[in-house]
Write a protein that binds this ligand. Structure first.
Ligand code: IVH
Length: 676
């Protein structure tokens, strides 16, 4: 492969990854990499695009801001409105040297003197407020920079944002002011504690908690989240102020929340002093900051410097490196997960990190332990990533003492004693005793009940209790639970018992493909389970299939075929399935939701967007039952966009641009001659 070809592939790969992480970050409020890792990826892409400008495309993530709209959670619910002025992002750097280059460019393109406004970079979610005649008239999220979600009702629930400005304080008749909504550490800790009590997935960090909270569908819940706001960007058609700092000081007079930490300085050297000060002092702030923003303070200069497609030329952000803490490792636990994978988890002397106390951190796997050459009693560096559990990133060997002991990765499963195995291409050791190893068995229930499988409303703690009490041992036992048994559990009252029983009853309607996924057969993921259900139609056909027949299925390779043969080869599994069948679970495809399925959508790649008269999952299943393929994002290969009632603004626009046919829900039913 030529260098150029390799670069093209790398560029495409980086774009795909960045778009995926953008969605995790902005739409799902659930990133799985650190900001630093993301910024490095973006930087690599920028460098490659600079070197190979022939591969630059207008839709590259280097050319547009990540979007918080789209997706089932937000775009479908909130109305969208265009921004009066595009809502852009900021260029950023981790390198002080680059700030001097930024300053040189500013100096070159300006004649007179200029000053900088230095500000904390609040780590939350951007908001744009419009005030008309002193009243808050609209609040929009950044969205894709051009169109944002209307979250006015939610924003009205944030105490520091006034719905009315101070009377006669001199505010302009109509203006916009932008800023950040964030969640202070204290509110974040309370929320996550509450989530853990309710057996819900906690938020990974205060920023995700803030963006997730702002997109809640019930404004009353927003009021309980303890959100705060700081406004840092004033915009009107005819700005009466000469300086940005002056505009912000006036906004404070009108009753708007602004940052008390901003300072105006005379040159880049003073801005760097400000950065150095806050790099350490930020640790004592009650909220998260991920850097410092430096803005040219003179509004006339800002105007003449202007914007690129993505950033203002008059401002930039210096980002702090991920905060790390040094602490002592006193032991390592080896945790066995649902699939039998064994993960080493470090127990640490508790240490403060990004506002929370850290006691445990992951070491990932045996290779990682070797690479770090980690010893018990070592001093180790801990960092917080996108996930809840922090990770160990290094060892301070200069602090190693005589009592340091090299840990030995266990040869046997710490939960059941079975010798561990490691496949050639796996980074992790596994316990192969999936049927009798307690954490794996409990994990099977967690997986079976999860949203993507049976969607039973039950938490991990309840599953643990049911297992410890001996009420559940095989999956089918869940359907033998009754009020009497449930009332013996901690914190279980009549209402919670009845809710769980109702949820189990409801789960019996789950289609075969999802039930199959819920069984937790090794390597059978969501998509494969669907393909298998589609091809074999029922469990008996699947259990009786030959290796060749299995291999002839979409997404099924050798490893998976062997895993299925192994699973159905065990009489115990066949017995469990029979039991669940008699409880009324679906082990066959239903004839069809509305009588006969058709091939009317055969070969069509279909994207759905907006709100429909039926749940989105039902609509997707309907499309598949008529031969269509659901795809999540629009591309040149998409054939149809089915647009629901509300939302989906950006998808509609993109479809029009790409020339993709847009149809309504009713038109879809007309084409198929059926409805779900
Ligand atoms: S100014 C035209 N000032 O950081 C750009 N942004 O990573 C105006 N942010 O999109 C942005 N604190 O959401 C500005 N003091 C501050 C900020 C700030 C946090 C956010 C903002 C921006 C993002 C860029």
């Amino acid at each position: 492969m030529t260098n150029k070809q390799a670069a093209k592939e790398k560029i495409e790969d980086l774009r795909k990854q960045i778009e995926l992480h953008n969605r995790n970050y902005y739409v799902l409020s659930n990133p799985d990499i650190t900001d630093f890792e993301f910024d490095m990826m973006m930087n690599d892409l920028m460098v490659l695009e600079k070197k190979y400008p022939e591969f630059v495309t207008p839709d590259s993530p280097t050319r547009h801001v990540g979007s918080d709209i789209e997706g089932e959670k937000s775009g479908a619910f909130f109305k969208q409105f265009p921004h009066k002025y595009p809502m852009l992002s900021l260029g950023n750097t981790y390198d002080i040297g680059e700030l001097y280059s930024f300053d040189e460019k500013i100096a070159k393109s300006t004649e007179g003197n200029y000053t900088y406004s230095c500000e904390l970079k609040f780590d939350g979610t951007a908001i744009c407020l419009t005030y008309v005649d002193g009243t808050l008239s609209r609040a929009l999220t950044r969205g894709d920079g051009l169109v944002g979600d209307d979250v006015t009702e939610n924003v009205k629930m944030i105490p520091s944002i006034p719905q009315r400005l101070k009377k006669n304080s001199g505010y302009p008749r109509e203006f916009e002011i932008r800023g950040e909504i964030y969640m202070p550490y204290k509110a974040f800790d309370n929320l996550n504690r509450q989530k853990e009590r309710d057996e819900e997935q906690p938020f990974a960090n205060p920023r995700n908690a803030a963006s997730g909270s702002l997109k809640l569908q019930d404004p009353r819940q927003v009021a309980e989240r303890g959100l705060e706001c700081t406004l840092y960007h004033f915009i009107t058609d005819r700005n009466p102020f000469g300086l940005h700092s002056e505009a912000i000081a006036n906004a404070a007079e009108w009753g708007l929340p602004v940052s008390p930490y901003a300072r105006t300085v005379n040159g880049i050297a003073d801005a760097v002093e400000y950065i150095k000060y806050w790099d350490t002092q930020r640790k004592s702030l009650p909220f998260a900051t991920d850097g410092i923003v430096i803005k040219v303070n003179e509004l006339a200069l800002q105007k003449s410097l202007g914007f690129t497609a993505k950033f203002p030329r008059w401002a930039t952000a210096y980002k702090f490196k991920p905060e790390s803490a040094l602490t002592r490792l006193y032991s390592i636990d080896y945790q066995v997960g649902r699939t039998g994978a064994v993960t080493p988890v470090a127990n640490l002397d508790p240490v403060q990190l990004s506002g929370t106390m850290v006691k445990r951190a992951t070491l990932h796997n045996a290779d990682q332990m070797d690479q770090l050459d980690i010893h018990i009693n070592d001093y180790v560096y801990v960092e917080k990533g996108g996930e809840i559990i922090p990770k160990i990133t290094g060892v301070d060997k200069s602090k190693r003492t005589a009592n340091a002991v090299k840990p030995v990765f266990p040869k046997n499963c710490p939960a059941c004693g079975t010798p561990l195995v490691r496949d050639e291409d796996e980074a992790k050791y596994f316990c192969p005793n999936s049927d009798n190893c307690p954490p794996q068995r409990k994990g099977k229930f967690i997986h079976f009940c999860s949203r993507k499988a049976m969607n039973v409303n039950i938490g991990e703690a309840t599953i643990n209790q049911l297992y410890e009490k001996g009420y559940i041992s095989e999956l089918g036992d869940l359907y033998k639970l009754n009020r009497e048994k449930l009332l013996t559990l901690d914190k279980f009252k009549e209402k919670s018992a009845d809710n769980l029983l109702a949820s189990l009853e409801e789960s019996k309607k789950t289609p075969f493909g999802k039930v199959l996924f819920g069984l937790g057969i090794r390597f059978v993921g969501e998509t494969t389970a669907k393909s298998l259900a589609k091809k074999f139609g029922n469990i008996n056909n699947l259990a009786g299939a030959t290796r060749e027949e299995l291999l002839d299925t979409e997404d099924v390779g050798e490893k998976l075929a062997d895993s299925l043969l192994n699973y159905f080869g065990m009489s115990k599994h066949r017995r469990i399935i029979e039991e669940m069948k008699s409880e009324g679970l679906n082990f066959a495809n239903e004839v069809n939701i509305s009588g006969t399925a058709s091939e009317k959508l055969k070969g069509k790649n279909i994207v759905i967007t907006g709100i429909f008269s039926v749940p989105r999952e039902t609509l997707k299943e309907f499309i598949e039952s008529h031969g269509g393929k659901n795809v999540s994002s629009l591309s040149g290969k998409t054939d149809l966009l089915v647009a629901g009632e509300k939302g989906g603004g950006s998808k509609l626009k993109k479809s029009e641009k790409l020339g993709i046919k847009i149809i309504s829900e009713e038109e879809l039913y007309k084409i198929t001659g059926a409805r779900p």
